[in-house]
Design a protein around this ligand. Sequence first.
Ligand SMILES: [Fe+2]
Length: 244
Amino acid sequence: MSIINVSIIFLIAIFAVNIDAGVGKTITMDPCLESMKTASLPDLPYAYDALEPAISEEIMQLHHQKHHQTYVTQYNKALGKLRSALADGDHSSVVKLQSLIKFNGGGHVNHAIFWKNLAPVHEGGGKPPHDPLSSAIDAHFGSLEGLIQKMNAEGAAVQGSGWVWFGLDKELKRLVVETTANQDPLVTKGSHLVPLIGIDVWEHAYYPQYKNARAEYLKNIWSVINWKYASDVYERNNRDQTEI
Ligand SMILES: [Fe+2]
């Protein structure tokens, strides 16, 4: 399930709420909503113990099999209820369901990115990016170390649960560091923002191994960051912007 599909659901829901159906009129469900596929848990592109010692096997297994799976399950349940609510013209329920869809859909979207943001050291994890991303990072943050320090500081400062993001603003052609609360995806901070790297700072991402030392987790995770993935996304989106 992509962010675009999540957005489509929101738009359809908002549209449905704004319809003045009148007494006795039946609201017909949008065909694209009826045929919309449910979300599913993606396989990890590496073994659960492949990111050790930075992230333990225990954390990876729990995080993927329990936490991410729960977001997928709850998101699909909410989508089912949304379909029924739309079919029934139950506008109150449509509105009520949006926070569930945002939280669990966001949890699914964010974690699907997070797994791809990581790679075992023997598969290039932690290997610094090449140009053009490398030069863009230097131009925006002074150096790769400057970006990492900023991400670590902002990630450590997130109150409660959330994410710290390194992203591309396609419209302004700028690299950005942002934080989001709970399971809000980066796009909630701006419709032109594309996530390059998202780091999960929920306690479930580090507590079994690092206890309350979130800063230590943030320091160590860079040894398994998949800069090749970030570079590929950056080049694809930067190129698209240039061609428009
Ligand atoms: Fe998580």
